[in-house]
Design a protein around this ligand. Structure first.
Ligand code: NAD
Length: 334
């Protein structure tokens, strides 16, 4: 049986093509993103007043490509709108070895710059440049997109670190659908460290029973059919179609694919919206929320850096209230 869904502030359900049954509610990212940006703008103004300079974000770019530049320009614009000082840091180098050296040096400089509160490194890195270079150098307190193993480990252990913004946005969409997660069957398609796995941990933490599917999963349709909540992050257009869904499921589509020059997700929206109770569109769903949440992570980083200043040490960067809150949550999960 599908779980009860309370009505959140989203587009109203429309009627089916034949004027019959209601189709799924669309969970648009833009209204939620606006709310988040408004909060970030207020926090960033307060920060600037207190510190005499705005909070700072550094975007490290190692090899430019047209699509990544569009995304990066968008981040710069979003930062300007909420009073965050964002800058690109270009990494030079002719060979991957040069680029790795320059990348490490750039990140170390940014770690030491008190006006930089958060660092993101544009992915994917150029061929031959190892992610390990970033992981080995980035300060976990400035790692606002949650790629450092300390942040991944904090999430796994039930503490508050930084989680990847995309996984955070997908979870936020699940919350905004109003679905009750406690006891729900959640299926996550994709097991990457930036989307699938963090989501699986977060959904488990919220008392859903989680199945993680991946490229070697047998009989994907049978797994999908169990899902009260389905999150798809595989990077395969039309991987999930309406006939695979449990009626009333909440569907969050993280995928971004280009088909015939158009951006589409991993879910066949037209057939899925006839069966689901709520569904995110692509484009316009998880994407806008991801960039807004990244800005909110930056503000949290600024706050945590101040809290951690007297004892900046990797294992001790959590304010006590956060550890206690995590312990309380742990108790409620037993
Ligand atoms: P990835 O390539 O690192 O991981 C894809 C995962 O999907 C893998 O775990 C793989 O096992 C699984 N998979 C692939 N084919 C499958 C299949 N046929 N059946 C079941 N599982 C399959 O990708 P990623 O970085 O996790 O990104 C996933 C998707 O999300 C991509 O389309 C990416 O463009 C998109 N994305 C969106 C945002 C956003 O803001 N909306 C941000 C990042 C990534």
């Amino acid at each position: 049986m599908a779980h009860a869904v309370t009505p959140p502030a989203t587009s109203p359900p429309s009627t089916g093509a034949a004027g019959g049954a209601a189709v799924a509610r669309r969970l648009e990212g833009a209204p939620f993103a606006t709310e988040i940006r408004e909060r970030v703008a207020a926090d960033s103004a307060a920060y600037a007043q207190e510190h005499g300079h705005p909070p700072g974000l550094a975007v490290v770019v190692c090899g430019r490509s047209a699509p990544s530049m569009v995304y990066l320009e968008r981040i710069l614009k979003a930062c300007a709108q909420v009073g965050i000082d964002a800058s690109f840091v270009d990494v030079p180098g002719e060979t991957p070895a040069d680029q790795e050296r320059e990348l490490a040096a750039a990140i170390l400089r940014l770690n030491d710059d008190p006006k930089v509160n958060g660092i993101i490194v544009q992915m994917p890195l150029p061929e031959g440049v190892r992610l390990r270079t970033v992981v080995d150098t980035i300060d976990p307190l400035k790692d606002i997109d949650g790629i450092h193993p300390l942040n991944a480990g904090l999430l796994r252990a039930g503490y508050e670190g930084f989680i990847p913004a995309t996984a955070h946005a997908a979870l936020e969409m699940v919350h905004r659908s109003g679905v009750e997660l406690k006891g729900a069957d959640a299926v996550v398609i994709g097991r990457s460290p930036v989307v699938g796995m963090p989501l699986a941990f977060m959904l488990t933490k919220e008392n859903a029973t989680v199945t993680v599917c991946h490229s070697k999963t047998r009989d994907l349709p049978a797994k999908v059919r169990m899902a009260d909540v389905l999150v798809v992050a595989a990077g395969h257009p039309r991987l999930v179609t309406g006939d695979m869904l449990k009626p009333g499921a909440v569907v969050v589509d993280v995928g971004i694919n280009v088909v015939d020059g158009k951006i589409v997700g991993d879910v066949d929206f037209e057939s899925a919206e006839q069966v689901a109770s709520a569904i995110t569109p692509v484009p316009g769903g998880v994407g806008p929320l991801t960039s807004a949440l990244l800005l909110s992570h930056l503000m949290r980083a600024a706050q945590r850096q101040m809290d951690a200043e007297p004892h900046r040490h990797m294992g001790r960067d959590l304010p006590n209230d956060q550890t206690e809150a995590a312990a309380a949550r742990q108790d409620s999960r037993r």
